[in-house]
Design a protein around this ligand. Structure first.
Ligand SMILES: [Zn+2]
Length: 322
């Protein structure tokens, strides 16, 4: 992390995360009467233990948390919500997160669908199995719940002495929200922007739009305009003091990937998986392979939506060509 000094009442708590990212940072907002968490970590014993120990440094117990505000429905952000709700905390989520959380638990077969990139994209069997098992594994650390408070884009969320302005930031997930703390000029950005990587972008399958990558790039640009001079506090990695510069880097990254995908396409129809291997190379681990293939699919959906390529959905395998 960079050496940004946060106000004493805003405390980052780094929690272990089983799986790909290594750790997730949740933020404690301390006031005299309320202790609010932005996101809360995965629902496992090591996260509870870590939170307990870190809160003890501030003379707080787990039961002293009065509210959890979630950026989006993913397990590393909401896995412990029902645990805190049972201890008496209120859980605040966006209207969209309430819907996405419900469907996550309703359609558990989505883990396998995710493994095949939500459709007919010609991924090998072993790839399907190993990626499917990663998503099934994450599901073990998440719990369904009925939220206590629902907010929506533009709402001011009360968090003790703090007031958070909620902004919709779709892309990584459609329900993703970020929270602006005007007095401190800080933005809690969840997985919307990261300093060390580019977040995974969801697909049209789980979104209301066909071209999620364009929607994500638009929402990055919106953040860039909104956040001039503010510092981003993400859920993974370090703080981002120059949001405008980071957003520009990320947009350039996606532009290059779109170009790489376009360059390997010709008049011969190919599957997403074939295109991914040509454009972004073969990856070693199943998760890296899935991330590369899913990035390729985001680019292909973008190129199809903007009429730069053709997409043939008539066969068992979806094929793309120029
Ligand atoms: Zn996430």
């Amino acid at each position: 992390m960079t050496k940004l000094i946060l106000p004493k009442s805003i405390i980052p708590l780094k929690l272990p995360m089983q799986g790909f990212w290594g750790s997730v940072t949740v933020y404690l907002l301390r006031s005299e009467k309320e202790n609010v968490l932005i996101d809360c970590g995965m629902g496992d014993e090591s996260s509870i233990e870590s939170l307990k120990n870190q809160l003890a440094l501030y003379n707080l117990k787990l039961a002293d948390i009065t509210k959890v505000i979630a950026t989006h429905y993913h397990v590393d952000h909401m896995g412990l919500c029902s645990y805190f709700q049972n201890l008496g905390a209120k859980i605040a989520v966006s209207d969209k997160t309430a819907v996405d959380l419900k469907s996550y638990f309703k359609y558990s077969d989505r883990d396998d669908m995710r493994a095949v990139l939500y459709g007919r994209h010609d991924v090998p069997e072993d790839f399907k199995e190993s990626v499917g098992s990663i998503f099934r594994f994450f599901r073990n650390y998440h719990t369904d719940l009925i939220p206590d408070e629902i907010f929506t884009e533009g709402d001011i969320i009360e968090a003790g002495d703090f007031k958070l302005y909620a902004l919709s930031a779709p892309g990584h997930t459609e329900d993703h929200h970020i929270f602006y703390l005007k007095d401190e000029n800080l933005i809690f950005t969840g997985d919307h922007i990261l300093d060390f990587s580019t977040p995974h972008v969801c697909f049209s399958y789980e979104s209301s739009v066909d071209d999620v990558l364009s929607q994500y790039i638009d929402s990055l640009k919106r953040l860039s305009v909104f956040a001039k001079g503010a510092t981003a506090l993400p859920a993974h990695g370090g703080y981002i003091e120059n949001i405008v510069e980071r957003v520009d880097e990320m947009i350039l990254f996606y532009d290059k990937k779109i170009q790489s995908v376009l360059e390997v396409l010709d008049s011969t129809p190919s599957s997403c998986f074939e295109i991914s291997q040509k454009a972004l190379g073969k990856k070693r681990s199943p998760m890296a392979q899935w991330l590369a293939a899913s990035l390729t699919l985001s680019c292909l959906e973008h190129l199809t939506s903007t009429d730069k390529i053709k997409c043939d959905t008539t066969g068992d395998v979806i094929k793309y060509s120029k």
